[in-house]
Design a protein around this ligand. Structure first.
Ligand code: ZN
Length: 186
């Protein structure tokens, strides 16, 4: 279980729904968030271009809160989900089987709300463990989830910097995704 909590879904984040409400309605926060994600078509992953956590999830500083640590910094996919669907009441606050936002695409750095789904943490862990064995899936990436998220973000940033077409950036993302799969023949 220790291992799962490190490599699997992130630890629950305890932010009140009132704060989520503020952050997902504040246009300056939204604008900052959008500047760090690369939107594509609905059926594609939307890579996060900002800071990355050890679990490969995007890390978004919604605000600075008083106190120690990085209070006010939240996983980017949690922000993306609630920005699209509204704040989830009591999210992360129950003691037993908490609700979690998980990736249907298994790409932890993805912030496309269409790829995110709400489930219980035990459900999510079971699903994650069963898909982890797929040698062609994102979870098999030899760079680990954080390395994968960073490599994809780097590909997008390179393309944006050089004003490349969306098609070319799509191809760069695909190459970055495949580069970490154990079966890739280069
Ligand atoms: Zn995705």
């Amino acid at each position: 279980m220790e291992q799962l909590s490190i490599l699997g879904p992130p630890q629950p984040v305890r932010v009140s729904s009132a704060l989520w409400e503020v952050w997902t309605q504040d246009s300056s926060v939204i604008e900052r968030f959008e500047s760090k994600r690369y939107r594509r078509r609905d059926n594609q992953c939307w890579p996060w271009l900002g800071a990355v956590s050890s679990t490969g999830h995007g890390s978004f500083r919604a605000t600075s809160l008083p106190g120690h640590g990085r209070r006010g910094t939240v996983p980017a996919h949690l922000y993306a989900f609630q920005l699209a669907n509204g704040p989830i009441a009591k999210f992360g606050w129950s003691r037993t089987d908490d609700l979690e936002v998980c990736h249907k695409c298994d790409s932890h750095g993805c912030t496309n709300p269409a790829h995110l789904r709400l489930g219980s943490s035990s459900e999510n862990r079971t699903e994650w463990a069963s898909r982890r064995g797929d040698p062609n899936g994102p979870l098999a990436d030899i760079r680990g989830p954080a390395g994968r998220t960073r490599a994809i973000a780097e590909a997008v940033r390179y393309g944006l910097k050089h004003h490349e077409s969306r098609e070319l950036i799509d191809a760069r993302i695909r190459t970055a995704e495949l580069a970490g799969l154990p079966w890739t023949l280069w």
